[in-house]
Design a protein around this ligand. Structure first.
Ligand SMILES: Cc1ncc(COP(=O)(O)O)c(C=O)c1O
Length: 307
């Protein structure tokens, strides 16, 4: 994991505060029961200054996560949008990862969160490629986890809730202990779901596919971006998902995520994937980079300029 490099300010409960002052009590409710919903967003350097990528879509998912857990957020989407822009401007970091989080605060304990004070904070810091520059360039090695992906009947995967990540952490720990870079989780039906913090795509005979929203995934903003860019580029797409054995027979596999970008997978459980050249993943990696850096005029609306 990457150590956090502090920036100057954190937005906390409506105010910009110096980084070291953004503190909470050890008996904060959300810390004990995992009731914290969050987002992962990035801003990038573009020809028109710093721009946040698909801010509205990330905040829409943030509001959806709050809705699923019946958390009464004290701020609207528009107010949070303004807060992100204000924070990015105050910190002046052109390339950063932005983390809004809402959680049940200090004052009450017990499983019933009704009446808990909801605290909201937004932090940001520079964060390179989540699966490493080497992984981005040459692909990562993945293993199918013995842990099953959480399911809507137990813990809703479409809410980006801190509690979900205990499932991802178990899979990640197992993968790392076995010498792999990343895990791939199957869902309760035995079909491929996603990585602990990434969606997954497969290419076979030129056709792109990815597990559907109902397969235990978080609906990734990057996943949506890649599907749209692929369609525009004439790459055939089907959203019907795939099985464990179809991982091994793929011509290409890749992870997508705000943190991971578009990262090829070069091996799954000892089987080399395709020829190791990844033409479609590389093409989409390039288009994604163009999109986040404002080089696709048709997708300017995906950028919130901060200058
Ligand atoms: C479990 C999980 N799946 C998928 C993703 C990819 O989502 P996005 O592309 O919106 O970052 C993430 C990252 O937020 C994640 O945590």
């Amino acid at each position: 994991m990457a150590p956090i490099s502090p920036t100057s300010r954190i937005w906390m409960d409506g105010q910009l505060v110096p980084w070291p002052d953004a503190r909470i009590h050890v008996l904060t409710h959300g810390l004990h029961y995992g009731l914290a919903i969050f987002e992962g967003i990035r801003c990038h350097r573009t020809a028109r200054g710093t721009a946040v990528f698909r801010l509205a879509e990330h905040l829409e998912r943030f509001l959806d996560s709050a809705k699923i857990y019946a958390l009464p957020l004290p701020y609207s989407g528009k107010e949070l949008e303004k807060a992100v822009v204000e924070l990015v401007r105050a910190n002046g970091a052109p390339e950063a990862y932005i983390r809004p989080i809402a959680f049940t605060g200090y004052g009450e304990m017990g499983l019933d969160p009704t009446g808990s004070r909801i605290q909201v904070a937004i932090g940001m810091w520079p964060w390179g490629a989540y699966l490493g520059e080497e992984g981005m360039a040459h692909g990562v090695r993945a293993t199918v986890s013995s842990w099953t992906r959480i399911d809507s009947r137990s813990l809703p995967p479409q809410a980006k809730c801190a509690a979900n990540y205990a499932n991802g952490i178990l899979a990640k720990l197992e993968a790392r202990a076995a010498g792999y870079d990343e895990a791939l989780l199957l869902n309760t039906a035995g079909l491929v779901s996603e990585g602990p913090g990434e969606n997954v795509f497969r290419v076979r005979n030129g056709v792109l596919s990815t597990p559907p929203a109902s397969s235990g995934i978080l609906r990734g903003v990057t996943r949506d971006t890649v599907v749209r860019l692929a369609r525009e580029d004439g790459i055939p797409f089907q959203g019907t998902g795939f099985t464990r054995e179809e991982l091994f027979t793929a011509d290409e596999l890749f992870f997508t995520g705000t943190a991971a970008g578009v990262t090829p997978i070069r091996e799954v459980d000892g089987r080399a994937i395709g020829t190791g050249t990844y033409p479609i993943a590389r093409r989409l990696q390039g288009l994604y980079d163009d999109a986040v850096r404002g080089r696709l005029p048709q997708h300017r609306s995906w950028l919130t300029e901060v200058a």
